[in-house]
Design a protein around this ligand. Structure first.
Ligand code: ZN
Length: 568
């Protein structure tokens, strides 16, 4: 039976663990001198060896003939722990056993002496996932541990572990492994496995694994079908058809062509490209552009070398430094989320949508990026002086189109560009809203209606604000709505409505009000009214109205919620 490389090469002794000598030497020493602790906390990012070391420690604590602090690997204790037949060593994943009952049960068992070995060992992985009650229960055992008991807790998130627990554990911090160290180890493994691995490919894998040996070995595994593993083989084994399509995707995003960007992503996804890998590639590309922008001469050492200078040059011209930083932040945020996300594809799609229109995640960075864009445009002012200010929006397209198209070859001929390539919202005619033209004084308010994302933030030309649009919708629907619902809909404390160019998003205070509005007939009626008022076909979403104290961070979450809430 084929065994995954990362399992096969999982270290069996402290000496085999790569790159964590500061920890393994200490633990070996403790085993040799018999001065072990009853509670350990292993901290570090994923794949850095926490659970591997926990298992080695569990064996070493019970080994009948430890060798220089390492478990012998041959005695009944070592063998029994390795194959899981010794019930005194228990591995618990706190992510799925996080309740107080689980810990209480554990506490009841823990008092009994071990059956077949010296020490009963509990390895609790992802310990930060325990509930508060479970932590309190755990604390009770840690306060007065029986002699035979050892806890090895592992976590990726130290800040979520209560201080009371921390103070009772011996702490060890696992380092992210150096890329060179990982590459060295990969070469060693490849040699033993009769794989021909080029150094550049080993380094590429090491870079992609971001300091985690387990991820690095898994990636090597994915490439092991190739007889010669070079960088191309790595790209293709990971579902990358090359970096040019990643560059093409960014190019669509820069042109705000959400439609084509999502289509291209979908086709990459169908080709088997991993969404996280794609985002990683996008970030590498953006980062390389930034490096080239801030240090054009020193840049050569700083860039990844995965994208040609021609490609980087194109984006350096198209995006200001602040815009690059802003987009790097957008992609980085999504990369953080994608690992825990149940739908990596959705997370990547939201990221691409945000890249096409960074205003969706508007924050200080985005404002900075917009200011830098205005400044950049002003530099080109002489060409534009004849253009009346009011037509600036359309002018941006013209400005961009004066730059050369990317000189890189595409796998496919470029798709024909729709005339409104900058934004589908450009299709909307403000005349659609003429009937509901708000009062002059409303025009000065910042409107959350993003009918045209290219419009200035002051929304001086926004066709209509949310409040009056919503009032018109409710008025239109009023007659056919249940009487009790109307006061909820018209009370801004209970209901908030946001109209974007294709969605009517309702947020309603959870509980009674939410349940009253979240009713098929009510939502259907509201959507009909919204369609009648706007003249467009909107979809309607409803979600629970939450406290509004973290406005800048909410947008992505909101977008995510759209998919989870009921659609009519
Ligand atoms: Zn042993």
């Amino acid at each position: 039976m084929y065994q995954a490389l990362y399992r096969k090469w999982r270290p069996k002794t402290f000496d085999e663990v790569v790159g964590q000598k500061h920890i393994t030497e200490t633990l070996k020493n403790q085993i040799s001198t018999g001065r072990t602790s009853h509670a350990y906390l292993f901290i570090g990012t994923r794949g850095t060896g926490k659970t591997t070391c926990a298992k080695i420690l569990a064996k070493a604590l019970n080994c009948e003939h430890p060798v220089d602090g390492n478990p012998c690997g041959k005695c009944p204790a070592c063998l029994g722990i390795e194959d899981g037949s010794i019930m005194d060593v228990v591995e618990i994943d706190a992510a799925s056993n996080n309740g107080v009952d689980n810990v209480r049960q554990l506490r009841e068992e823990a008092v009994f002496s071990p059956v077949s070995v010296k020490k009963r060992v509990y390895i609790i992985d992802e310990v930060h996932m325990l509930s508060t009650a479970a932590f309190n229960a755990l604390l009770k055992i840690l306060e007065e541990p029986p002699e035979h008991l050892v806890f090895i807790l592992a976590t990726t998130e130290l800040n979520k572990v209560p201080a009371t627990i921390l103070s009772r554990c011996q702490r060890h911090s696992f380092k992210r492994l150096d890329a060179q160290l990982i590459a060295d180890h990969l070469e060693h493994v490849a040699q033993c496995e009769n794989l021909r691995l080029e150094r550049s490919a080993a380094e590429l894998i090491a870079g992609l694994a971001e300091g985690g040996m387990r991820d690095a070995l898994s990636l090597l595994d994915q490439c092991s079908g190739e007889s010669d593993i070079d960088t191309d083989a790595v790209y293709s084994a990971m579902g990358l058809t090359g970096n040019r399509r990643t560059a093409q995707l960014l190019d669509y995003a820069v042109k705000k062509n959400t439609d084509e960007a999502l289509k291209l992503f979908d086709s990459l996804w169908r080709d088997g490209k991993d969404p996280a890998t794609l985002l990683y590639e996008l970030n590498t590309l953006l980062r390389d552009c930034l490096m080239l922008s801030v240090a054009p001469k020193a840049g050569a050492d700083l860039i990844s070398g995965r994208f040609s200078r021609d490609i980087l040059g194109v984006f350096c011209k198209k995006l200001t430094k602040a815009e690059l930083i802003n987009r790097i932040n957008i992609v980085s945020d999504s990369l953080l989320k994608i690992r825990d996300s149940k739908s990596a594809k959705l997370t990547a799609e939201l990221c691409i949508i945000s890249l096409c229109d960074p205003r969706l995640t508007e924050g200080v960075d985005e404002l900075r990026a917009r200011i830098s864009r205005i400044e950049e445009d002003l530099k080109h002012a002489p060409v534009r002086t004849a253009v009346p200010a009011a037509e600036d929006d359309d002018d941006e397209e013209e400005f961009h189109s004066t730059l050369d198209e990317p000189p890189f070859d595409l796998d496919e001929p470029p798709a024909p560009q729709p005339r409104y390539e900058d934004d589908p919202a450009d299709e909307l005619d403000p005349a659609d809203f003429a009937e509901y033209q708000p009062e002059d004084d409303l025009l000065d308010k910042k409107s959350p209606v993003e009918l045209n994302p290219d419009a200035p933030a002051s929304a001086a030309d926004a066709p209509q604000d949310n409040e009056s649009l919503w009032a018109a919708i409710v008025e239109n629907a009023e007659e056919s709505l249940p009487r009790g619902v109307i006061p909820i809909l018209t009370n801004p404390v209970q209901t908030r409505c946001t109209v974007s160019y294709d969605t009517l998003a309702l947020e309603v205070v959870p509980g009674f009000f939410y349940n009253a509005v979240n009713n098929q007939a009510v939502l259907m009626r509201l959507r009909e009214a919204a369609n009648a008022v706007t003249g467009r076909s909107l979809k309607i979403t409803i979600s629970e109205l939450r406290e509004d104290n973290d406005k800048p961070k909410r947008d992505i979450e909101e977008l995510r919620k759209f998919k989870e809430t009921r659609f009519v």
